[in-house]
Design a protein around this ligand. Structure first.
Ligand code: ATP
Length: 239
């Protein structure tokens, strides 16, 4: 089973302490709601878990992943897919963005193609397929980024304010995709200022309050822990 474990963490920017963490664990099969006020450190925590930032103190370890390739110096990069609030999209069409990460998957070409077509349908991107990704609205970009992650079925997914720009209709579309990933066993950390359609799926809560993180709710054993290929750093950052 894939896990990310953060222990004895202190995160500071310059002299300012943002938060400390005794221990938190994100595992396959868990869906966790990350709660916290503006500026409390939700994005920072996700970047730490994704290996995009280093903590000032403490360790973050990844378990249950394929061994690192020789050229990879950062052991966390490529483990959890990080989906930024304002997703990074490649220069190119919507379809190009959906197909770009295929080379990092061990699914067959046929399966990837089927999943891509299904994702286009589920995220209602059919009429946007040939449009350049940079010209999409904020909500459409978020839908595209979630569809891209859905195709790849990552072991762990970090969703940073995933519905912040979405209307109710779009939220329902992504709810379907996120519910499917949950059934598959993808471990997810979902940040949101306030309860939203996706936080209703969560079985644990991490609250950032008074510069520390309180975890509540029981960890859930995954229903399905079928191994899949890890994504490359390009793909992590691309999300
Ligand atoms: N690279 C950095 N250098 C200095 N300060 C930073 C840096 N990155 C983030 N911060 C500060 O750390 C604090 C937490 O930022 P972060 O983006 O993690 O909060 P957040 O909980 O995600 O906020 P929001 O809900 O508004 O998105 C903020 O005060 C921010 O200004």
């Amino acid at each position: 089973m894939a896990n990310l474990i953060a222990q004895n963490i202190e995160m500071c920017f310059d002299e300012r302490q943002l938060f400390t963490i005794d221990r938190v664990q994100l595992s396959e099969g868990n869906t966790i709601y990350l709660q916290g006020d503006n500026g409390s450190g939700k994005t920072t925590l996700m970047k730490l878990l994704a290996g995009l930032l280093k903590p000032s103190r403490g360790t973050i370890t990844a378990e249950g992943f394929a061994p690192l390739p020789w050229w990879r110096s950062n052991p966390l990069l490529g483990k959890a897919v990080y989906l930024h609030q304002h997703p990074y999209l490649f220069d190119g069409s919507v379809e190009y963005n959906l197909r770009f990460p295929h080379t990092f998957s061990d699914m067959t070409a046929r399966e990837l193609n089927q999943r891509t077509l299904a994702a286009i349908e589920m995220a209602q991107l059919t009429h946007l397929c040939k449009q350049t990704a940079s010209s999409l609205s904020g909500g459409e970009k978020q839908r595209l980024a979630i569809a891209r992650a859905w195709i790849m079925r990552p072991k762990l997914l970090l969703l940073d304010e995933p519905t912040s720009n979405m209307d109710k209709y779009s939220q329902q579309l992504v709810l379907t995709m996120i519910s499917e990933l949950q059934e598959f066993g993808t471990g997810m950390l979902i940040s949101s200022h306030q309860a939203c359609v996706l936080t209703s799926l969560c079985n644990q809560t991490w609250i950032i309050k008074d510069q520390t993180i309180i975890s509540s709710g029981a960890a859930v054993n995954p229903a399905n822990t079928a191994p899949i290929n890890i994504q490359d750093s390009q793909y992590v950052i691309a999300n």
